[in-house]
Structure formats: structure tokens, C-alpha cells
Design a protein around this ligand. Structure first.
Ligand SMILES: [Zn+2]
Length: 347
């Protein structure tokens, strides 16, 4: 997880994350290939031979970030956002620019120069890499360069980890762990996908290549368990979060792109309950993930999503509880150990 979270891989430039994944799954899967959109596809044969259900499990490799758009005369860099980025968090943040990881900082006005601070639109933000003019900056950075938050993954206390890109390198790590484990009673098809953050693009082509009977998408999703910071703390915190950290894997019921197949949702819930694994349900909070592209691909694929709740995703310091990772892995393993063709029978 440390290596994966620290790897740089903005949508469309996932090579660094992909190389780590290819090395980690080597020897544990067959038919490994990188497809035309950069997805890693592979197959882990089942423990019991032919005729097994073909189960696709996916995790997206890309992370949100920025692309260098142009360089101003004063040497400051203009950017495009890649994926959903909140401009309010950026001023003053450190970034890493281009293949060499040139250190930079988002331009901001220190408090000494006035207390009146406005949120600057993304289009107007600049990155300072310490150059005096355009030529000085151009020696170190070029239009098209990928820009990420620096990788500063760490364990915090006994319960949590912190890092950039936990959305969705945590899902990638989950899938790598699954593949490194024992064979399962299903034909496990695998896709580490590209370009999820800009519209589920990599995932759009994997069903055609792998022809699964059903699919499970592994994701990270925002934990909605923060209090209203503007409220009077003496009034207490009255809120009912849809997802909270430490409460186990999040099973999507519905989001803006997908209504999860009810047979698969029932299967995941029943498996959790039988195994004593905590879980939580998420409904209609907007958002979406690769399930949105996968379930309507080909002739349609029954699809579910298992997500790990994490705070501060799409920022430089997301927080994830280790227990949520472990419970997600336990649920995934238990579910795949119980998969059978009867799962998809209609009543
Ligand atoms: Zn994600």
C-alpha cells in the first residue's frame, strides 16, 4: 500500500502505479497483458477446474491531479485539473511536477498581505517551481507534464494510514492481496483500470476483453462522518452519516451511475452477516465508480461495488482505517469462496 500510494499516476499517465502492480502480481496470475487504454488485464484460474463462474474484480489505478497547461512569462505554471479537485484546498500545498518530480507549491498570498482571502478558481491558480521567468521554468517543466501531490504515505498510530491517492491505490492493494492468495472456486478475471477519475474510461473496454458473468468493483469512497464544523460544539453533533470510517466495507446500493444488482447485494450482505464482518450501505449520494461503465458494457454485467470509507480523498492526505481494509479483504475472500452459478438465477 505504501508503494502504491506513493506512486504517481494521474489519469492517463498511470505507468508508475501499473509497473508496481505488474511486479506484485507476477507469478500469481496468468495471461497478463496491458490493453490499448493501459488497463492491466489478467486471469487467476479457479481451484476446481472448468465451468466455474467468471468473476471480474477491478480497481482503478489512476489518481486525481493536474496537467501542466502553459508557463507564464514570470515562470509560474498554469494547470488543468485532472479529475475532481476542490480549488479551496490547494493554495499553499506542495506538488511534484513532471517525470522528475520537480518540487512546486501552489501560489498563495500570506496573511501579512491582507486578511481578505477569496477562493481562487482553478483556472487562475498557478504553481511556483522557483523559476524567475518562462525559460527558467521551461528547463524543468513542460506542457502535458503530470502534477501530483507528493507521496508521503505513513502509518498513524495503530489504527490508520495516511497518504495521497488512497483513492484508489487502497483498492489496488486489496486486489493485489487477493491475487497473491490461494486460488478461489471461480475463474477470477482481473482489471486494474485507467482513467476512472475522468469518466470511467479504462473500465469501459474491459468487459469486451474478459467476458465476465459478474463483476465486483473495489473502490475508496468518502467517509461522511465529519461533524458540521460551523455548528456550535455545545449543541452537540446531530448527524447521521451514510458512511463512517471504522464501520467496515461500504456496499453501494445506488449511486449516480449504477443501481447495484440486487442478487449481488444480497450475496455480499448475507456473506458479511454469516462471517461476522461489519458492513455499511450507501445510497444515492451522487458520485460513481467503474461499476457505472462495467454494468452496461457488452450485453450487460451484474455488478456490485465494495468500497473502503476514507476521509479527505482527492487531497494530499487521505485517512483510511486499517480495519476497513482488513474487513473489505475478508468480505471479498469470503464472497468469492461462496460464488456459484445459482447466485445469478432469477426466481
Ligand atoms: Zn476512486
Amino acid at each position: 500500500m505504501r508503494q502504491l500510494a506513493n506512486a504517481r499516476g494521474v489519469s492517463g499517465q498511470e505507468e508508475e502505479a501499473r509497473d508496481l502492480i505488474l511486479a506484485a502480481i507476477d507469478g500469481h496470475v496468468e495471461d497478463v497483458r496491458v490493453d490499448a487504454l493501459g488497463n492491466v488485464l489478467a486471469r487467476k484460474p479457479g481451484a476446481q477446474g472448468a465451468g466455474l463462474p467468471r468473476v471480474l474484480v477491478t480497481a482503478h489505478m489512476d489518481e486525481i491531479g493536474f496537467m501542466l497547461r502553459s508557463i507564464d512569462n514570470d515562470g509560474l505554471l498554469r494547470i488543468y485539473p485532472v479529475g475532481g479537485v476542490d480549488a479551496r484546498i490547494l493554495p499553499g500545498l506542495r506538488v511534484s511536477v513532471g517525470p522528475a518530480g520537480v518540487p512546486g507549491v501552489f501560489v498563495w498570498k500570506p496573511i501579512h498581505l491582507g486578511r481578505e482571502q477569496r477562493t481562487v478558481p482553478l483556472d487562475n491558480l498557478r504553481i511556483d517551481i522557483g523559476a524567475s521567468d518562462r525559460a527558467g521554468a521551461a528547463a524543468h517543466a513542460k506542457p502535458g507534464d503530470m502534477i501530483t501531490f507528493p507521496g508521503e504515505y505513513m502509518t498513524i498510530g495503530d489504527e490508520a494510514v495516511r497518504g495521497k491517492a488512497l483513492d484508489n491505490r487502497a483498492g489496488c492493494a486489496l486486489l493485489v492481496e487477493l491475487l497473491q492468495g490461494d486460488p478461489l472456486p471461480c475463474e477470477l478475471l482481473v482489471a486494474f483500470t485507467t482513467q476512472e477519475e475522468i469518466g470511467l474510461r479504462g473500465a469501459s473496454v474491459v468487459v469486451e476483453a474478459l467476458q465476465p458473468d459478474l463483476a465486483i468493483v473495489l473502490e475508496s469512497t468518502p467517509a461522511h462522518d465529519l461533524p458540521d464544523l460551523a455548528a456550535d460544539p455545545d449543541e452537540g453533533i446531530a448527524f447521521n452519516p451514510s458512511t463512517r470510517q471504522g464501520a467496515g466495507p461500504v456496499l453501494t446500493v445506488m449511486d449516480s451511475r449504477t443501481i447495484v444488482d440486487p442478487r449481488l447485494l444480497h450475496w455480499l450482505r448475507a456473506t458479511s452477516e454469516a462471517e461476522g464482518i461489519p458492513y455499511q450501505l450507501k445510497s444515492a449520494h451522487g458520485g460513481g465508480n467503474d461499476a457505472g461503465a462495467i454494468h452496461v458494457a457488452g450485453r450487460g454485467v451484474p455488478t456490485a461495488a465494495i468500497s473502503m470509507p476514507a476521509r479527505y480523498v482527492h487531497g494530499p492526505a487521505a485517512l483510511l482505517r486499517v480495519s476497513d481494509f482488513e474487513h473489505s479483504l475478508a468480505l471479498l475472500r469470503a464472497a468469492l469462496n461462496s460464488v456459484s452459478p445459482a447466485l445469478l438465477a432469477h426466481d
